[in-house]
Design a protein around this ligand. Structure first.
Ligand code: NOJ
Length: 509
């Protein structure tokens, strides 16, 4: 485990929408560099940058056409390297987004793979033997090139699936993960990782990491594949960090990932907390965190604290927190996010309560995700300080609400969400019990949610009450009230009265 992950707090940047330094209406590397001090001032010391490589941008850059070239709209490779250097000067780290499961149809590998003549790239992707034969459980594209065959796709139909083989082969065109072509795909991706790591990048967030080997029901072959990547990194780049979009930490961590995301799909019950009709963190108090707590606890047991399970505030694929939660409720959501184990991830703009913008037309394959990808709101200047461009050139429109939150305004207001997030991060950094590796023991998953965090001899009780009612919690002894947000709790001899829509951290020892 790289040392720097021990206290890493991440900030996710969707580069299109963060900060435009050259007035073309789209964010760029120099814009990000100009905001590193802001990110640092929140307390975040690491960044996950969404894909920033050359791409036709039919899926916001998750359709790479050249893994080794920065997308010109964001800047040059040299400017990206400068971003790494500027981050390092501030003791910050940068993860790039690695998309190993598919490329764009515009990638040179794919163009070669489409040729009728056999060549080095013929089996770089998954192809059936005939255009009349589909690729079974995977969707496919066919009838568009001279090669006879159907090509499997991994996500959208313009994202052909790279070939890492099949755990169980049922067709002659399916290859085993250790056949030469799937092995060559692995080496090609290692080569991409080596390219950026040797230029100063600090690791990768890995897109769809759990689905590389096909027909792999229990994940065993995909785990083996990642163990191979792990050996490569241990040998050549031991300080590089890896986080997976997998959502099954028992598998991803066994594969050698340091961290796995808790995802908004799959069995995590993450959505129960923030993104359903009755989210747990709503003051209506009709939600439940019980299933989440159960799933989370199971995962902790299964992984025996080997790596980090990371709970993001949101990401570019899901609704903003503010779509379901009001401003005060979001403070409680952050009290939770910043007091859970694992490295926290803040999606840009969530720290000021940016809104999900309804009714936008899809941009770059965003569809319903587009409303969570609008430009960052920095100040009250033109285009909220995101860009000098004319309004119609902006990547996406700025939140039209005249009362939209901005960084400038949030900094001035002592009670803003941003200042709350800063206080929470400061506290997390001051107490290892609240940090990435502190232990957790849940006491209640109803209202209020209660858990004990501990590290060495320190124990901190976290009580978060989103509901609009008072609760009295038995509590015999404690040392100190470390933090509260919302109305002040009332402390009695053997109990504590927690107020509606409030949170409290108590040092037990
Ligand atoms: C997951 C990414 O987060 C998402 O934005 C993308 O569309 C798909 N993977 C396909 O790469």
């Amino acid at each position: 485990m790289p040392e720097w992950l021990k206290n890493a707090i991440f900030y996710e940047i969707y580069p299109q929408s963060f900060c435009d330094s050259n007035g073309d209406g789209i964010g760029d590397f120099n814009g990000i560099i100009s905001k590193l001090d802001y990110i640092n001032s929140i307390g975040c010391n690491a960044i996950w940058l969404n894909p920033c490589f050359e791409s036709p941008f039919l899926d916001a850059g998750y359709d790479v056409s050249d893994y080794k070239k920065a997308a010109p709209r964001y800047g040059t490779n040299e400017e990206l390297i400068k971003l790494f250097d500027e981050a390092h000067k501030r003791d910050m780290h940068i993860l790039l987004d690695l998309v190993p499961g598919h490329t764009s149809t515009k990638h040179e590998w794919f163009k070669h793979s489409c040729k009728a003549d056999k060549n080095e790239f013929s089996d770089r992707y998954i192809w059936s033997n005939s255009v009349w034969e589909d690729t079974l459980e995977l969707d496919c594209i066919r009838g568009f090139c001279e090669r006879d065959g159907s090509c499997a796709v991994n996500f959208f139909s313009h994202q052909p699936a790279l070939n890492y083989g099949y755990a169980v082969c049922t067709k002659p065109w399916q290859q085993s993960p250790t056949d030469p072509a799937p092995m060559a795909t692995r080496e090609a991706i290692k080569d991409v990782m080596r390219f950026w790591l040797s230029k100063g990048c600090d690791g990768f967030r890995v897109d769809m990491a759990g689905s590389l080997v096909k027909n792999d029901v229990d994940g065993a072959e995909t785990i083996k594949l990642w163990q191979d990547f792990r050996r490569f990194l241990d040998d050549e780049f031991p300080n590089a960090a890896l986080i997976s979009e997998w959502g099954e930490p028992d598998k991803s961590l066994a594969g050698g990932f340091h961290m796995d995301f808790l995802l908004h799909f799959g069995p995590s019950h993450y959505n129960d907390l923030f993104r359903c009709d009755e989210p747990y963190f709503s003051r209506r108090g009709k939600g439940s965190a019980k299933d989440f707590v159960q799933a989370y606890t199971d995962n902790c047991l299964k992984t025996s604290n080997k790596g980090l399970i990371c709970i993001p505030s949101g990401n570019h694929d899901m609704d903003r927190l503010s779509r379901r939660l009001d401003y005060d409720e979001m403070k409680l959501a952050f009290a939770f996010l910043m007091s859970m184990p694992g490295a926290p991830f803040i999606y840009y703009g969530d720290e000021i309560g940016m809104r999900y913008i309804e009714g936008l037309s899809s941009k770059e394959g965003g569809y319903g995700r587009t409303g969570s990808r609008t430009p960052m709101q920095w100040n009250s200047e033109r285009n909220a300080g995101f860009s000098d461009a004319k309004e119609d050139l902006l990547y996406l429109p700025i939140d039209p609400d005249i009362d939209r939150p901005t960084v400038e305004h949030s900094l001035r207001d002592e009670n803003s969400l941003l200042n709350e997030v800063k206080r929470l991060i400061k506290l997390r950094k001051a107490h290892l019990a609240l940090g990435n590796f502190g232990q957790i023991e849940f006491i209640s998953g109803e209202y209020p949610i209660i858990y004990k965090r501990s590290f060495d001899n320190e124990e901190i009780l976290v009580i978060i009450n989103p509901a609009d009612k008072i609760f009295e919690i038995p509590l015999k002894s404690y040392k100190d009230v470390l933090y509260f947000v919302g109305a002040k709790p009332r402390l009695f001899d053997c109990s504590i009265e927690i107020q509606p829509v409030s949170a409290l951290f108590i040092k037990l020892q």
